[in-house]
Design a protein around this ligand. Structure first.
Ligand SMILES: Cc1cc2nc3c(=O)[nH]c(=O)nc-3n(C[C@H](O)[C@H](O)[C@H](O)COP(=O)(O)O)c2cc1C
Length: 368
């Protein structure tokens, strides 16, 4: 169970917010939503949180096979009170080499935000990634032409600028930035400035500046514009851009999509690919669809133009819901990697007790 929980806790999440806790039963493990770890501003529909649960589930599935168990993932149970996915664990055959490799990838993979080295991603690798996504109902849109990459890079520049000009996303992001090595080591979640490519001096300055009342003034002097240009420059050094979409935009659909996304990341790691998700691309479209009231008139007009460009740039149809967009290519590994907080675990009593009666008070941090 410790290995499964360790691997579940290595799931990926926006802002590294890790919105999960684990519940251990006699012959099962559950991944449940930790409602104190949500991002209401940048994730109003909860789609990124549900996706994150799916990434933990997929890591557990890969780890279970890697140690010779046969995981049976039950359909997600989602209600107003939260979301739970139960993974039943049965004895299974010895793992194949491929299953062992996937289990290893759970620990080894990482987000790589470095510029790409110019090598294109080979057609057979795209084929393998598409294959990994298929069972989860995820569609992959790839943009690899120089013109296409330039077009999407322009979009990410304006999306990240948009994020810096929105009070809610700025203040929410502040809560998840880990400015010092010490605060990151203590919490083990959030975005450590070093993994984002910023040294201690910039991190210290950011700690004092990254509040809406200050950012707003800096934006008047062109801060958001310059930041957008920086993102655009990084983005333009990309071999390819990929947008993943789904048609089932229910909470359960997002959880399953998160499983598929994590499988995709594990397979990409086996191909030595560098993957850098850039959430703001889809966030602008989602905020426009779900929280237009949180935007000023001019923000709404910009977001509408952005949404049209996104759909055209990736060839996305109306019925598709944008899940996540990322840069994909080959790049040297980053120097600093994300760490994780210790997972919160509840122990469920004997299986004879119904889930409704399960006490939730028994909490323990496991040393994994
Ligand atoms: C839904 C989702 C959105 C993400 N958005 C971004 C993003 O906009 N920018 C970024 O640099 N990383 C993004 N990430 C990557 C996470 O920050 C990263 O997975 C997390 O910090 C854990 O680090 P690791 O991937 O190195 O294990 C995203 C991840 C997920 C699952």
């Amino acid at each position: 169970m410790k290995e499964l929980i360790r691997c579940g806790g290595l799931g990926t999440s926006a802002h590294n917010h890790q919105p999960w806790k684990f519940i251990v039963g006699e012959d099962y493990l559950e991944v449940a939503l930790a409602s104190e770890h949500l991002l209401p501003q940048m994730d109003p529909s909860g789609h990124q949180a549900y996706m994150a649960l799916g990434t933990a589930v997929e890591n557990i599935r890969a780890a279970a096979r890697g140690i010779g168990l046969m995981p049976e993932v039950e359909p997600p149970a989602v209600s107003e009170d939260g979301a739970v996915i139960r993974i039943r664990l049965h004895p299974g055959p010895a793992p194949t080499d491929q299953e062992k490799s996937l289990h290893q990838a759970v620990t080894e993979r990482f987000t790589n935000r470095n510029p790409h080295d110019g090598r294109p991603v080979e057609p057979e690798v795209w084929g393998d990634l598409e294959e990994a996504l298929r069972p989860f109902g995820i569609k992959m849109h790839v943009v690899s032409s120089a013109n296409g990459v330039r077009r999407v890079s322009r979009l990410i520049g304006s999306a990240e600028r948009f994020g810096l000009e929105h009070a809610g996303t700025v203040d929410e992001t502040y809560d998840w930035l880990r400015f010092s090595d010490q605060s990151y080591a203590e919490k083990g979640d959030g975005l450590w400035m070093r993994t984002m490519g910023f040294g201690p001096a910039v991190a210290l300055a950011a700690k004092f500046v990254f509040k809406w009342n200050r950012i707003r003034l800096l934006n008047l002097a062109g801060f958001s514009r310059v930041y957008g240009l920086r993102s655009r420059r990084t983005a333009s050094k990309s071999a390819s851009w990929v947008l993943l979409t789904v048609e089932d935009s229910s909470p359960a659909g997002f959880i399953v999509a998160g499983e598929g996304y994590q499988r995709f990341l594990l397979r990409a790691h086996e191909h030595n690919l560098a993957i850098h998700p850039m959430t703001y691309l889809v966030m602008v479209c989602i905020m426009l669809a779900e929280r237009p009231d949180c935007m000023t008139k001019s923000q709404r007009r910009r977001a509408e133009a952005f949404d049209r460009e996104m759909r055209a740039g990736f060839g996305m149809e109306d019925r598709e819901y944008p899940l996540i967009a990322m840069r994909i290519g080959y790049a040297p590994p980053p120097v600093f990697l994300a760490r994780r907080r210790k997972p919160v675990v509840e122990y469920a009593p004997a299986a004879s007790v119904s889930p409704e009666d399960r006490p939730t008070a028994v909490l323990e941090e496991v040393g994994v």
